[in-house]
Write a protein that binds this ligand. Sequence first.
Ligand SMILES: Cc1cc2nc3c(=O)[nH]c(=O)nc-3n(C[C@H](O)[C@H](O)[C@H](O)COP(=O)(O)O)c2cc1C
Length: 345
Amino acid sequence: MVIKTRITEMLGIKQPIIAAPMGPFYTKELAVAVSEAGGLGVLSHTNLFGKSSMEEMKKDMEYVIEHTDKPFGFNIRTARLQLDAPGLCRGIPRFIMDNPKLKEQCVYAITSAGSSKTLPHSKSYQKLKESGSNIKHFHVAPALWLADKCVASGVDGMVVTGGEGGGHQSYEKISSLVLLQQVMRRHPDIPVVACGGFASGEGLASALAIGAGAIAMGSRFIASKESEFHEKYKNIVPPAKASDTIWVTGVLGPIRLWQNNYSLHHGVVTSKDEKMALEAQITPQMAMEDQKHYEMTYDGDIEDGAVLLGQSIGVIDSIDTVQEIINEIVRDAEKRLREANSYII
Ligand SMILES: Cc1cc2nc3c(=O)[nH]c(=O)nc-3n(C[C@H](O)[C@H](O)[C@H](O)COP(=O)(O)O)c2cc1C
């Protein structure tokens, strides 16, 4: 069974399922597995243990094209505090342009957590496009006003992410269901990927019914056999409940984390103004100290590390292969969509 949508056509993939980026963790094995299984694998913006995000991204890209011939994508977080972002927006398109296989396979650049203009304004990205690359630029829109900004900056598509999702969020705390309806009404012609809280065929069916062309999943793919996440991290997911995550203030803005020693003592600011005031006090040492909690998680310290997960953990019952996950989701979505179609007489 294949579900064909505007997004699957645009990206040349078989199924409308995309791996959500999950930096600063590594997702190259996961990206290969998702692309091989017919979805779209995505490399994360990775800079653990003081490594250069540029070198890590280049190595990961080479790894992906050595292990699959299928399309894939990559993420750059373009937040103000993400000091490596402008360099990545210049260097990565150049790197892609110099490698014909990479240029062929790298079809999706997703930027997030900051400006939707940084990548399209980069000269090397413009050159990559002019040189015949089919790459499409999507930006994450976690609120309606941010979706408006994406459209104004000429994105090829948007990833519409609601507050139930794992990781980065907006201060508006709008659910995926409400935000998707808002965006589809305001921007009916823009290709949309639904994200945040999707982990099942029921979720995919509902996203497609609202008008999205695909879903992107983070938490569901953490709980996969192929993902590089620590076994202890994966084993949180089943049996966790949807209510086991909380919303706290991260370095780049609000984030949703699993409840543990780290998140329960982390604190939360409620508005962007409050966050700006806080940002002004953040020293490089404080940012490095916070980064350590992601490295601790990577090494398996799930009590004192930062464990990003979304409410969708409440619908994930098992750790499976990526192929099994995608097959089951597509099969169940088909069932739901056919059933819903039969209501119309
Ligand atoms: C471990 C983890 C790390 C994440 N890191 C990033 C990131 O680097 N960039 C980004 O745009 N979103 C990031 N996110 C958000 C995801 O891309 C996506 O929006 C989220 O996982 C969707 O919710 P779900 O977990 O219910 O699928 C992260 C999410 C998780 C769970």
